[in-house]
Design a protein around this ligand. Structure first.
Ligand SMILES: *[C@@H]1O[C@H](CO)[C@@H](O)[C@H](O)[C@H]1NC(C)=O
Ligand SMILES: *[C@@H]1O[C@H](CO)[C@@H](O)[C@H](O)[C@H]1NC(C)=O
Ligand SMILES: *[C@@H]1O[C@H](CO)[C@@H](O)[C@H](O)[C@H]1NC(C)=O
Ligand SMILES: *[C@@H]1O[C@H](CO)[C@@H](O)[C@H](O)[C@H]1NC(C)=O
Ligand SMILES: *[C@@H]1O[C@H](CO)[C@@H](O)[C@H](O)[C@H]1NC(C)=O
Ligand SMILES: *[C@@H]1O[C@H](CO)[C@@H](O)[C@H](O)[C@H]1NC(C)=O
Length: 660
């Protein structure tokens, strides 16, 4: 059984001296690839896995074209849908030269010197009211979320010095309910040789005795990615204000054959029947995304397990891997160490190449530390995405106080860096979402805003069975439309669904390439226009599109169209979305959380989710409206809605006197 030895008496003999030599040989140079593979094959791998990996790598060689970043398999239904307007790369790249993914939004349409004249009024409107964001400056990945002695803790990648990526520390905030937050002092800053270039992403593990360990990636003085151990300096403090770094750090260095810039973001550890803890760290060989497994008994000494948890050719670097069980029999969430009958495991990887969080459901075999997807054609990186919009580097934690698994994701900016600097902040965290197995489809997870979100609901307006004829737009009379929780249900008349007049050759419908809300078909698009001004010059449509095959078979898509979300020319505008499973007898339902420049949209109880980051210039403050629309040519739609005004969350610096 684990005991918390390191926090009291770190073993000096176990301490790696600071003269630690970075693995310069393993740098990303293509010339070293062949040797790297040989090294890893001969030193790390064994038996059946070796054969499997060789096959993976051989498969991988075929797609070695360095310009190809596509990761899509043949799997159509869930193919990712992102396009953007055209675009000029931003001048400053941040992150890549230091060995992490690009942090600057690189695509926007403004010509040099012709960026939109943003006013202070417009920029200040963008700040959200009930999403978590720091008081100012840059934020990215959520880190080490946990519940401890009555408080939820959120740490996050944070630049205390500016609104662009750099100087990364762990920001820290606490909450009693995941909605109202108190900012605390920085938890960890880059002050050791093993993290001097950044205290990067990591995860917390709660041990059976209640104590907490954190593993995080440090970028060393030589920019090598290593895994470090930290723990609360005063475990009796519910706020966990002070953190200690283990004197023996780093505890894990890149193994032979793994690039020193390709080894980051350790997961929460899980306990296995052999009495050891396991955790996984994302990496890549060539273009094969992989997840390495380590075992430990005391969190100070680790052994690399033979083989990998999983590998998918062509998917590139896996960042922010997350690995957790879901119950196939119950609604409650599961602690990370739970396995056995009635359990499936979700494996999630954030794909550096595409900036999307792909996941798949499968089975974890503890006897050989491998995970096998239920559906190989929808494997990690080629199948389902948590959120088809702007949502990346996500992480779950098990909330033992409410027996649920909660997901956080980073919502980045798609405006220019100049605008971020002007407004003084960049990025938002998603509303925390409960993750469950979808007991109806049995092939995907569901994501749903935590129940506590509803505590912000104020007055509501209800609209019952509003007729939305083909080709129409219907205004919804709500007092203001910048902070909303909307639940909407749509019914398409049977005659159109069943009639033969609506059969179209749109079996290949794709949200991103089929014209957005202006691409009219027989049975769609229809849905809501949010953050729209009264002339509809600006609007963000969120909608369903039903595609009908020649054989009459229906497929439903859920999409969000940013192409007219802003009159500004210097922001990214994507049309996002994917297929959403709709079972017999189910109505079409969507829930939207509108919070100034963020719209989080959930279809069919959270089977398909899209987060939109939008920057309206007219549809702001009192000018923002909400409409129903139906741009189908052959179907009348009836909509019933409930729309709540949402209160602002209380998000403030902590002061000692304060009670929440
Ligand atoms: C941790 O466990 C390893 C392997 O059992 C052992 O060699 C090492 O000394 C332990 N470290 C500490 C600090 O107890
Ligand atoms: C791991 O074990 C499972 C179940 O016995 C088996 O199906 C799978 O092939 C094994 N994987 C490897 C890489 O040996
Ligand atoms: C990092 O911190 C240094 C020192 O405070 C500062 O000069 C620099 O501008 C910061 N870099 C970024 C990207 O914020
Ligand atoms: C819209 O709401 C306002 C205030 O509740 C009300 O006075 C007005 O009659 C409503 N208009 C319509 C068209 O329902
Ligand atoms: C429409 O179809 C559903 C399911 O087939 C059926 O239950 C319902 O009665 C039909 N409604 C009408 C108006 O025909
Ligand atoms: C509906 O489609 C037409 C024609 O493509 C387009 O002009 C209009 O803007 C669309 N309506 C909405 C709400 O997108």
């Amino acid at each position: 059984m684990y005991t918390n030895q390191f926090s009291t008496s770190p073993d000096p003999e176990n301490t790696i001296p600071c003269s630690y030599n970075p693995l310069t040989d393993e740098a990303e140079a293509p010339a070293s690839d062949r040797r790297s593979i040989k090294v890893i094959l001969s030193t790390l791998l064994s038996g059946v896995f070796l054969l499997a990996l060789v096959m993976v790598l051989i498969g991988d060689q075929r797609s070695e074209d360095p310009t190809v970043v596509a990761v899509k398999g043949d799997y159509q239904p869930y193919s990712s849908s992102k396009t953007s307007e055209i675009l000029k790369p931003a001048k400053v790249s941040r992150g890549v030269s230091e060995g992490v993914s690009e942090k600057t939004y690189r695509l926007f349409s403004a010509e040099d010197g012709a960026s939109f004249p943003w006013s202070n009024l417009m920029l200040s409107w963008q700040r959200t009211a009930f999403h978590f964001q720091p008081e100012n400056n840059w934020m990215n990945d959520p880190n080490g979320p946990l519940y401890y002695k009555g408080w939820y803790h959120l740490f996050y990648q944070y630049n205390p010095d500016g609104a662009v990526w750099g100087n990364i520390t762990w920001g820290h905030a606490v909450s009693k309910d995941l909605i109202h937050w108190l900012y605390l002092p920085l938890a960890m800053i880059p002050d050791q040789w093993y993290d001097i270039n950044g205290v990067w992403t990591g995860s917390a593990t709660q041990l059976p005795d209640g104590s907490i360990v954190v593993l995080y990636t440090g970028s060393t003085d030589k920019m090598v990615q290593v895994q470090n151990l930290a723990y609360p300096a005063d475990p009796s403090d519910p706020l966990l204000l002070r953190w200690a770094k283990y004197p023996g750090n780093p505890v894990i260095i890149p193994p032979p054959g793994i690039g020193s810039l390709d080894f980051r973001d350790p997961t929460t550890a899980w306990f296995t029947p052999d009495g050891k803890w396991r955790l996984t760290v994302g990496s890549k060989f060539h273009k094969t995304g992989i997840s390495l497994v380590y075992q430990t008994t005391n969190f100070t000494t680790y052994d690399l397990v033979d083989g990998v948890l999983h590998a998918v050719p062509g998917t590139g670097m896996w960042e922010c891997v997350d690995f957790f069980p879901v119950s196939t029999t119950d609604e409650n969430g599961l602690d990370t160490s739970v396995n056995g009958p009635g359990v499936k495991h979700v494996l999630k990887a954030s794909l550096d190449d595409t900036k999307e969080d792909y996941y798949a459901l499968g089975t974890y075999y503890v006897e050989n530390d491998t995970w096998i997807p239920d559906n190989p054609v929808a494997d990690v990186g080629i199948g389902m995405i948590y959120d088809y919009g702007n949502f990346y580097a996500s992480k779950t934690f098990y909330d033992q106080s409410k027996q649920r698994r909660v997901l956080w994701g980073w919502i980045g900016e798609t405006d220019s860096e100049n605008a971020d600097i002007e407004k003084g902040w960049a990025s938002v965290q998603s509303i925390p979402r409960v993750v469950t197995f979808d007991h109806k489809t049995r092939s995907n997870i569901l994501q749903w805003p935590v129940k506590e979100t509803e505590s912000l609901r104020l007055s509501s307006d209800e609209f019952d069975k509003v007729e939305v004829p083909a080709g129409s737009v219907v205004p919804l009379n709500v007092s203001t439309a910048t902070q909303l929780d909307i639940i909407a249900e749509f019914v398409v008349d049977n005659a159109s669904l069943e009639g033969t007049g609506t059969i179209e050759a749109d079996g290949g419908y794709d949200c991103s390439t089929s014209g957005g809300a202006a691409g009219r078909g027989a049975l769609g698009p229809f849905g809501l226009l949010v953050l729209a001004d009264k002339s509809l010059a600006e609007q963000t449509p969120v909608y369903f599109y039903i595609a009908k095959d020649i054989d009459g078979h229906l497929k439903t898509f859920f999409c969000a169209d940013e192409s007219r979300s802003s009159l500004a020319n210097d922001v990214g505008k994507h049309v996002y979305g994917s297929l959403v499973p709709v079972l017999d007898g189910e109505k079409l339902t969507m829930r939207l959380l509108v919070d100034h420049s963020i719209v989080e949209s959930f279809a069919q109880g959270g089977r398909t989710v899209i987060t939109s980051r939008v920057y309206p210039t007219e549809a702001i403050y009192g000018a923002a409206r909400v409409f129903l629309f139906n741009n189908a040519t052959g179907a009348s739609v009836t909509a019933s809605l409930k729309i709540w005004q949402m209160n602002s969350a209380f998000i403030h610096p902590y002061s000692n006197e304060q009670e929440m």
